[in-house]
Design a protein. Structure first.
Length: 287
């Protein structure tokens, strides 16, 4: 089965609109995966607003499956502005982990509490379903078999690997993940080996590459990786293509050009056959 992967938001932490970020884009995490008219959305950062506008502009009802890596603001902030929510006949199913004792459903309602947002989640007219995913959980979503794995990031943060049920190329969405030492996370000592296995031979790996190696030194324990670590992981796992993702808000287009070139040199130095690119808003890949 062939499918497309479209980047609607590639930024981490906070939106960064403006002339200096116009090429890579300022919207936060949102990636649309489309196959045979079926849609799976990875994260609901501010990029999901534009995707929602496109969806309601098409004929017919919207059936959207949204997989959340976790519920930090930059991964859910676009949700209240996702237009398909506000038309009867549409159906939205949201998958993700609970956080501590708070259910995913509770967290999504809190985001639209009257204290911070004018319209409560109970007022949406689309059919809404919330499904909790446990780390290591497997489920079928749209035309894909999805596997999840816990990442090294504050809270419960999930990676997703998608494999077409009908056969075809695989992809993995791995963002907000600290590959290096630092931080205190609820993951076993064998975690990195398990992650390499989880990603083994994946055709497309989208991975957190927030920092340069120099910046990483002052951000240990923040739950993110450098491009160098992302390249190393892609090489170890035998990924065919690596997309650098979750761009640091202070990296403008020129800085990201430099970061990408350095990541490509790093892959070459390692003799890794992986193709390295950087996520840009509007970029579409075919698998
Ligand atoms: Zn994030
Ligand atoms: Zn996060």
């Amino acid at each position: 089965m062939a499918y497309t992967v479209t980047f609607w938001g590639a930024r981490g932490s906070i939106p960064t609109p403006g002339a200096h970020t116009a090429r890579y884009g300022g919207n936060t995490s949102c990636v649309a995966v489309e196959a045979d008219g079926r849609l799976v959305i990875l994260d609901a950062g501010t990029g999901i607003r534009g995707l929602g506008l496109t969806l309601v502009g098409q004929n017919g009802s919207v059936q959207a499956e949204i997989l959340l890596s976790h519920t930090h603001w930059d991964h859910i902030q676009g949700l209240p502005h996702f237009k398909p929510f506000f038309a009867p006949g549409n159906a939205v199913r949201i998958w993700g982990s609970k956080q501590g004792s708070k259910s995913l459903d509770e967290i999504l309602h809190l985001q639209m509490d009257p204290a911070v947002f004018p319209i409560p989640l109970t007022a949406v007219s689309a059919a809404l379903t919330v499904k909790e995913v446990r780390p290591g959980g497997e489920f079928t979503v749209g035309p894909f078999r999805a596997q999840s794995m816990q990442l090294r990031h504050p809270g419960t943060t999930l990676a997703y690997r998608l494999v077409p049920v009908a056969g075809g190329r695989s992809m993995a969405y791995v963002t907000d993940n600290e590959l290096g030492p630092g931080g205190s996370y609820d993951t076993p000592p064998s975690w990195r080996r398990e992650l390499v296995q989880f990603l083994s031979g994946v055709d497309l790996l989208i991975h957190d590459a927030m920092y340069t190696p120099a910046e990483l030194d002052s951000h240990r324990g923040w739950g993110h990786s450098s491009y160098e670590e992302a390249v190393e992981l892609a090489a170890d796992a035998g990924a065919k293509r690596l997309v650098l993702f979750h761009h640091e808000p202070e990296h403008d287009d020129a800085a990201l050009d430099g970061l990408l070139a350095a990541a490509q040199r790093s892959a070459k130095r390692r003799g890794a056959p992986v193709e390295v690119i950087a996520a840009q808003e509007g970029m579409q890949l075919s698998l």
